[in-house]
Ligand binder design. Structure first.
Ligand code: ZN
Length: 146
C-alpha cells in the first residue's frame, strides 16, 4: 500500500491509500476518488520540490487561503506563491514519479545537481526528510483547477 498526498481542484489537501500507483491512476481516471472536503472528483497528486526552505506553516496557509475569502495579505502571499511555483516549474526538470529517486541521487551527488520537481508519495517525502533531504509541496493555486 502507498499513501499519496492528494489535492482537489478547489485546493483541499487530503490523503488516500492505494495498492500501487497504477491503482491510483485507474481510480483517478474513473473519477472514483473524491475530495474528502467538497466531494469533487478532479483530484491530483501533489507535486513536490526539494531543497527550498519554507515556513513550516506554508501548508496551513495554502489551505486557509483556498477555503476562505481573500484578504490583501493573503493576496500578496498568493502572488508570492504564484511566482514561486512558476519559478520552480519553469526552472526545474519535471521528473514525475521518479522524484524520490532523483532527489536522492542529487543529494548523494550520484548525478549532476539540478533543480527538479515531481510527484512523491507521503511516505517518500517523509523518508527523504528523515534522510536529510528537504522536500516541500509546491503550492497549488486556485486557477490551476480551471
Ligand atoms: Zn475539495
Amino acid at each position: 500500500m502507498i499513501r499519496y498526498d492528494l489535492i482537489c481542484a478547489k485546493g483541499h489537501e487530503f490523503d488516500g491509500w492505494f495498492s500501487d500507483s497504477a491503482a491510483y491512476d485507474k481510480q483517478a481516471k474513473r473519477g472514483l476518488i473524491s475530495c474528502t472536503v467538497c466531494g469533487v472528483t478532479k483530484i491530483e497528486k501533489q507535486i513536490m520540490a526539494p531543497g527550498i526552505r519554507a515556513k513550516s506553516n506554508r501548508r496551513a496557509d495554502v489551505q486557509a487561503m483556498a477555503a476562505g475569502p481573500v484578504d490583501p495579505r493573503a493576496a500578496a502571499m498568493m502572488q508570492m506563491m504564484r511566482e514561486y511555483r512558476k519559478h520552480v516549474t519553469e526552472n526545474s526538470e519535471n521528473v514525475g514519479d521518479k522524484f524520490a529517486d532523483e532527489a536522492r541521487k542529487i543529494h548523494f551527488k550520484e548525478v549532476k545537481e539540478r533543480p527538479i520537481y515531481g510527484e512523491a508519495t507521503a511516505d517518500d517525502a517523509k523518508a527523504l526528510i528523515e534522510e536529510g533531504i528537504e522536500v516541500h509541496p509546491i503550492p497549488r493555486l486556485p486557477e490551476d483547477g480551471n
